[in-house]
Design a protein around this ligand. Structure first.
Ligand code: PBG
Length: 336
């Protein structure tokens, strides 16, 4: 070897490339392992029978009728996916300014919960708690005088969490960002004896442009008046995320979530390091659309970017990830 490099620091005694040279060695030194146990699969449901409707802005994602959803959940369970998250496309005629359809015990979400719990009792069922799929204003809470009313909304959220729990949902996931919702929901669940129902709080949820395809999928984008900046967080802020998480833990959250995912991995790391609580991130609809859209044009390799991004979430400190790519990822991780 040429002598001109021998005085440069640790090189050549230390060669970081040694451990990377062979595949077996790379496996041996890998710090982060993504597993199917880390995945939560969000699914859109719609009314009807035996029908799937493609979501235009999310290629490869279909909205499913309840019967097809139950079958899909069975496949997900067989692949080892621990949990699904249900999101309903509500009939526009059922949407009102007070979002009361959210706590109709016979609504689409509750029927989907019952069907999946009957068909696949051993898969975890996560349900959002927020009014936007049911609210004719498209907001997560009740709008009065042009403002989403916090305390009034809490009553509706509590009622929603109760019907979803009574239908059989395992995890209530408040995604509304009202102050005090975790405590209010925990208390109401406990008062009714639902002491085992878990709460996964969307604790650090940002007002993001990455949610647009989701709003198409549940049919709330046309309805939404204005934006959600008076309740969802400003993406300029990071300390504030820690305050949100601290409050939610104090109020009884069992798990917390950061959302969106990829542009917010710094938040995931701070939350995990500060609180050590089970921490999740949501690889949201816009992130999915971005990767899939590019892959469909031949610009990215879908399988590779999917596994790379999900591993990145884990490396940042996530215990799990909500991803529309859960089924694809599970297949890849099983070598199928
Ligand atoms: C509703 C909710 C949203 C998402 C999950 N729950 C949208 C929003 O807050 O407007 C977004 C998920 C995604 O984009 O994939 N409160």
């Amino acid at each position: 070897m040429s002598t001109r490099y021998t005085s440069l620091g640790r090189f050549p005694n230390t060669r970081l490339r040694r451990n990377r040279r062979e595949a077996w060695s790379r496996r041996l030194v890998a710090e982060t392992k993504l597993s199917v146990d880390d995945l939560i699969w969000p699914v859109f449901v719609q009314e009807g029978k035996n029908e799937r409707t493609p979501v235009k802005s999310m290629p490869g994602v279909d909205r499913l009728t309840i019967d097809l959803f139950a079958e899909a959940a069975k496949e997900a369970r067989d692949l080892g996916i621990p949990a699904v998250a249900i999101f309903p496309e509500t009939d526009p005629k059922a949407k009102t300014p007070d979002g009361r359809e959210a706590y109709n015990p016979d609504n689409l979400v509750c029927r989907a919960i019952m069907a999946v719990k009957k068909a696949v009792p051993d898969i975890g069922v996560v349900c959002d708690v927020a009014l936007d799929p049911f609210n004719s204003d498209g907001h997560d809470g009740i709008v009065r005088d042009g403002y989403v009313q916090n305390d009034e909304t809490l009553d509706a959220l509590v009622a929603q969490a109760l019907v979803q729990t009574e239908a059989g949902a395992d995890i209530q996931a408040p995604s509304d960002m009202m102050d005090g919702r975790i405590g209010a929901i925990r208390k109401a669940l406990d008062d009714k004896g639902h002491i085992h129902t878990q709460i996964m709080s969307y604790a650090a949820k940002y007002a993001s442009a990455f949610y647009n395809p989701f709003r198409d999928a549940i049919g709330s984008s046309g309805a939404l008046k204005g934006d959600k900046k008076t309740y969802q967080m400003d993406y300029a802020n990071s300390d504030e995320a820690l305050r949100e998480v601290a409050f939610d833990i104090e109020e009884g959250a069992d798990m917390v979530m950061v959302k969106p995912g990829l542009p917010y991995l710094d938040i995931v790391r701070r939350v995990k390091d500060t609180f050590g609580i089970p921490t999740y991130a949501y690889q949201v609809s816009g992130e999915y659309a971005m990767l899939r859209g590019a892959a469909d044009r031949g610009w990215l390799d879908w399988n590779r970017v999917l596994i790379e991004t999900l591993t990145g979430f884990k490396r940042a400190g996530c215990d799990g990830i909500l991803t529309y790519g859960a089924v694809d990822a599970a297949r890849l991780l099983k070598g199928l």
